[in-house]
Design a protein. Structure first.
Length: 848
RNA sequence: GGGCGAUUAGCUCAGCUGGCUAGAGCACCUCGUUUACACCGAGGGGGUCGGGGGUUCGAGUCCCUCAUCGCCCACCA
């Protein structure tokens, strides 16, 4: 079948994907190599649409997997989707609000099953989006984060930790969003610079000998104060140590204590201590065995031990009212404006309240230790390398991980509390039951669910059926974990810790982190800014292949980068170039053309040389995850070497076997990047019965470098001819030469340079070329040449300066003594070339 | 406060272990409708590689320092 003039992606993409699926081409199979290669896709939110970041992720992962598949390895790209606990919960709450309902209208069980259905309906979007992006994922292994095997793995991990004493339940401060009604891990809190006031409040000494002034940004929390702290060395307050003060408003007597943590320079140097509502105060209270008094509730209003008139008021209102009361009773000394950083909910921007809550915590230090060791031993290669160091220092400073979440959407925590002794908890997986009986005692289930990251941190091995599955044996540890740099801490760090804890091995041997894709102005994309680019729209507009290559072009591991549509346009144009190259080749390759290339001309040698170089470079670059550079190498080979030179040179006399072999090789090395168009061309050509996707990575026969160099000379002659023609405004001029190799390429040179003729002579006339070793002349009149004098002069001057630089270098004894031989040789050659050029130029100039 | 990274052509970025007469894409200028392709081809202009200092025969590349920008972590009573 004959190819059309332009490539129309939507005519081929879905058919090609269906063809792959029909042949089960995505399933990992050994094809010549005993090795395997494995990636699990970081599961996107099952409820949402894919964004540009997913598009980039899938492109990069798919390129790596397609390449290794062609290298003959059993290669797996495992797809999945995330229930995305809190994320989906937020979406669903909004949906409920649109119906005029709220989470308080339903039980947790009802909510769970509603959300299950809600997600199920939207899940199909993302399946088709994976296909549109060309991801060669093995659909048979598709895993959802709420699949039984994933849930069971979370239970097993929890149980093992429980038995190993790594899980504990404690009343600690939890970062709590009072709007969403759930706690977070420290890492999920967004800190923002916020304007506020620093209030200076007098706390009278109980013995009546005066007062001590404390500074606070949160006067309302004084209702829960249990001490005032000063630095032990602070001379101003030495005399007060051991005394007590009375808390204004509530008139509670509290001690004045000393602690190194107090900063003498900040505020008044005296701090009120509210252990139930501030992490530092909590820590200090631990050290000094101070009581904790909670005065703020989970809904963000003041609660019981607060004086009656405050109960039920929001924190903000209570703050104003306390401030007024302090003014009224004369204890407010001053109020200064300050900017300080305040934790906010990353979804709803509500100020995070540190609240006392009994929750499940993981002792992280003992998990972090082996992870740190593994990282220090380089068990995992990081792209970019700098992330390793960052991760180590993060792991060295971890606080215990709060894994309880007070939302309905997630995996229920398999823990039950004794109805007889509230301090007694047991592990049990009968989470569908509200309460269970064991040994005659009734136990009630914890209503909380796991932090999503807890279960998703088992993703690398849980998806592979740890511990007994074949997949686990064949594909673990994963070859690479490719994901966003923003989830290095919340996800990658925990996968490493849990992987080592559960399997005894690192979960992956490399980590590739891509940066954020910003909008074209370098701003973060967000729905509220309205600057979000939908990858699927771009796929429809430019084609999936163009999207993949455009989105990865210019990509460097770890760094953020603006979205550049012109790169997708460029990639679309490149696809069209591929298409038309194939059209040309198809026309010039008869049916009986041998598959093996017959290497005849200098151009053949030259092209094979380039092809081999490119193929090796692309392989090496993909193996080291330098995708953008690999794409560049292909791009320039196809456009510059093959299309602009070899095909142009072929127009006189084509070598069908070379055209065929080169096109096939190009389709292969392009395939990981542009899977649809390459497979579409491959199928249209019909030269092979196998699919391109499972064909072998090309093996390029050796060419002779000397012959290849001959073609370089031809290129020089053509290029210089074009330059002279343009510079002097010539029409179909004639060139003269003395060389047989030039004769052999006569027709090509005439066509490519648009010459009148190429004549073999004994001694040429006109202007001699300077860029080629062969004597070649442009046959021009002195009149025509006179327009060119200025150029000749500037060329000569330039050569002079090059020469003096090279001479200086060679005259330097330090250089000739220390520089490696090949560098010196190179310099000598450059000097010789330059000298020859100057000689020619001087000769030409003599005529004027 | 600690850490990491960036600063190279108008724009977006390559340049890995020092050898560069500093590259690419886009944009720009000139020329060209040659039947694979105008989603094209040919030719060209444009950079003292953020400033300063150092190491070296040689520095965009290594070291120090300053400046600007970005990100992350901690603290901010």
């Amino acid at each position: 079948m004959k190819l059309t003039t332009t490539y129309e992606p939507d005519k081929y993409e879905s058919k090609v994907y269906a063809l792959w699926e029909k042949h089960d081409a995505f399933a990992p199979k050994h094809r010549g190599s005993q090795d395997s290669y494995s990636i699990v896709v970081p599961p996107p939110n099952a409820n949402g649409d894919l964004h540009l970041g997913h598009g980039l992720t899938l492109a990069l992962e798919d390129i790596a997997v397609r390449y290794h598949r062609m290298k003959g390895k059993a290669s797996l790209l495992l797809p999945g989707a995330d229930h995305a606990g809190f994320e989906t919960w937020v979406v669903y709450e909004k949906y409920l609000a649109s119906l005029g309902k709220s989470r308080f209208d339903y039980s947790r069980e009802e909510l769970y099953s509603q959300i299950w259905d809600f997600v199920d309906k939207n899940k199909t979007n993302y399946l088709s989006q994976f296909r549109a992006l060309g991801a060669s994922v093995d659909w048979g292994r598709y895993t959802y984060t709420l699949d039984t095997k994933i849930v069971n793995q979370a239970y097993k991990t929890f149980e093992k930790m429980w038995q190993d004493g790594l899980i504990y339940r404690a009343e600690k401060l939890v970062s709590f969003c009072t709007y969403h009604g759930t706690g977070f891990a420290d890492i999920e809190v967004t800190h923002k610079e916020t304007k506020g006031y620093l209030w200076h409040v007098d706390y009278p000494l109980t013995d009546g000998s005066g007062y001590i002034t404390v500074a606070t940004t949160r006067p309302e929390t004084l209702l829960g104060d249990t001490a005032v702290a000063v630095h032990p060395d602070d001379a101003r307050y030495k005399k007060y140590i051991g005394k007590t003060v009375t808390v204004p408003v509530v008139n509670r007597e509290i001690p004045i204590i000393t602690d190194e943590a107090v900063d003498q320079a900040f505020g008044t140097g005296a701090v009120k201590i509210t252990p139930a509502h501030d992490q530092n105060d909590f820590d200090m209270a631990e050290r000094h065995s101070l009581p904790r008094i909670s005065v703020i509730g989970h809904d963000g209003t003041m609660i019981d031990p607060s004086p009656e008139q405050y109960i039920g008021l929001s924190v903000a209102v209570a703050r104003d009212k306390i401030a007024q009361e302090l003014v009224d009773n004369g204890s407010l000394r001053q109020r200064e404006e300050i900017t300080h950083s305040v934790g906010h909910c990353y979804k709803c921007d509500t100020i995070i309240e540190p609240l006392l809550r009994e929750q499940w915590f993981i002792r992280v230090a003992s998990l972090a230790k082996p992870a740190i060791q593994a990282l220090k031993k380089d068990a995992i290669t990081f792209y970019p390398a700098s992330k390793k160091k960052q991760l180590i220092s993060y792991l060295e400073n971890l606080r215990d991980w709060n894994i309880s979440r007070q939302i309905a959407w997630g995996i229920p925590i398999p823990a039950f509390q004794s109805s007889e002794d509230p301090s007694e908890w047991i592990f049990d997986t009968r989470v569908k039951e509200e309460s269970i009986t064991k040994g005659g005692v009734v136990y009630h289930r914890d209503h909380d669910v796991f932090d999503t990251w807890f279960s998703s941190s088992s993703w690398p091995y849980a998806t592979l059926d740890f511990p007994d599955g074949n997949d686990f044996k064949n594909f673990y540890p994963l070859s690479v974990m490719e994901t966003g740099a923003d989830i290095l801490y919340p996800w990658v760090s925990r996968m490493i810790m849990l992987g080592l804890y559960t399997t005894g091995e690192v979960p992956f041997t490399s980590v590739y982190l891509h940066g954020l894709i910003q909008d074209e102005n370098g701003q973060k994309m967000s729905k509220s800014k309205g600057n979000v680019v939908n990858p699927i729209e771009k796929v429809h507009e430019f084609g999936s292949d163009a999207f993949r290559m455009g989105i990865l072009s210019g990509e460097t591991a770890g760094s953020n980068r603006p979205y550049t549509e012109s790169k997708i346009v460029g990639a679309r144009n490149f696809c069209n170039k591929l298409w038309n190259v194939a059209r040309f080749v198809q026309e010039h390759v008869p049916k009986d053309t041998p598959q093996k290339p017959e290497i005849v001309s200098a151009a053949d040698h030259w092209l094979l040389n380039k092809l081999q170089h490119t193929t090796d470079a692309v392989a090496g670059l993909i193996e080291t995850y330098r995708f953008s550079e690999a794409y560049n190498a292909i791009y320039h080979f196809v456009r510059d070497d093959f299309a602009d030179w070899y095909i142009e040179a072929s127009k006189g006399s084509a070598n069908p076997s070379m055209l065929r072999f080169t096109l096939e090789s190009i389709l292969k090395i392009c395939h990981p990047f542009a899977p649809f168009i390459t497979e579409a061309i491959w199928q249209q050509l019909g030269w092979s019965s196998e699919l391109l996707i499972v064909s072998a990575w090309p093996d390029i026969p050796k060419a002779h470098t000397a012959h290849a160099k001959d073609f370089e000379e031809i290129k020089q002659i053509v290029t210089e001819s074009r330059q002279l023609i343009l510079a002097m405004g010539l029409k179909k001029p004639q060139i003269e030469h003395t060389n047989d190799i030039v004769d052999a390429h006569k027709e090509s040179i005439i066509r490519m340079a648009k010459l009148g003729d190429v004549v073999h002579v004994k001694q040429g006339r006109g202007l001699q070329f300077i860029s080629t070793r062969h004597p070649v002349w442009m046959h021009v009149t002195d009149e025509e040449m006179s327009h060119y004098k200025d150029t000749l002069v500037s060329q000569r001057n330039e050569q002079h300066s090059i020469q003096s630089r090279l001479k200086q270098r060679l005259d330097n004894p330090g250089y000739t003594k220390s520089a490696p031989e090949h560098v010196i040789t190179q310099t000598r050659d450059q000097l010789k070339e330059s000298e020859a050029a100057v000689q020619l130029l001087e000769k030409e100039l003599e005529r004027f």
